[in-house]
Design a protein around this ligand. Sequence first.
Ligand code: ADP
Ligand code: MG
Length: 231
Amino acid sequence: MTSADVLVECHDAARTFGRGPAAVVAVHGATCQVRAGDRIGVVGPSGSGKSTLLHLLAGLERPSGGRVSWPALGTGTGGSVPPHRIGVVFQGPSLIPALDVVENTALPLVLAGVREGEAQRRARRALQELGIADLALRLPEELSGGQAQRVAVARVLAQAPRLVLADEPTGQLDRATARHVIDVLLSAVDVIGAALVVTTHDRAVADRLAVRREMHEGRLLDPHGTQGARP
Ligand code: ADP
Ligand code: MG
């Protein structure tokens, strides 16, 4: 493996919100790498910094200390990462209420400059791969929580990113539906050949991923449960 296989790497990356006595350190210096083919679960209780870490890995949030880089993804001007190379499944509802399922699924492609017809074709294929082609014309309000999360996964699959970051994708779902959404996510990343990072507070979900990292009070622990050694 060379650095060309490293999709995202953070080195002592930290994120603090606010200033002075009110400052909250959401993530203390976190060091990690995600390589092609990785399946990583980040597990920790609510407030431990999982979403903030995921947003740092996605380039949606800038570190207040340390570095985040995307060696294999080709960083754009100003060190920003091209958004279509990373697909994010956000915590909670993320579909646009006024758009139907196929339009929601196609939206990131349209925003990335793909022609409408081609975007819709790719969106329909992604819905088919997830077994939800029959939902194509529904509005988000006509979907169950599990169906909406599957559409959010289809939206990522249609973009065919190299890295998929899913933030508590099963947080609001019952156990059986959660299991199904994880199945769908795992087979989706297999189909597009993407690496996957899933955050969760649910150990049963984390146990589905090959590698698990724990977060505790803003600290990313190493795979053995002690604070990560600095390289
Ligand atoms: P988790 O996803 O594990 O629940 P978060 O990353 O959402 O954890 O939050 C970690 C800590 O950072 C919490 O104390 C939270 O209140 C704080 N935090 C997160 N985002 C913000 C923000 N935009 N502004 C201020 N504090 C924030
Ligand atoms: Mg969170």
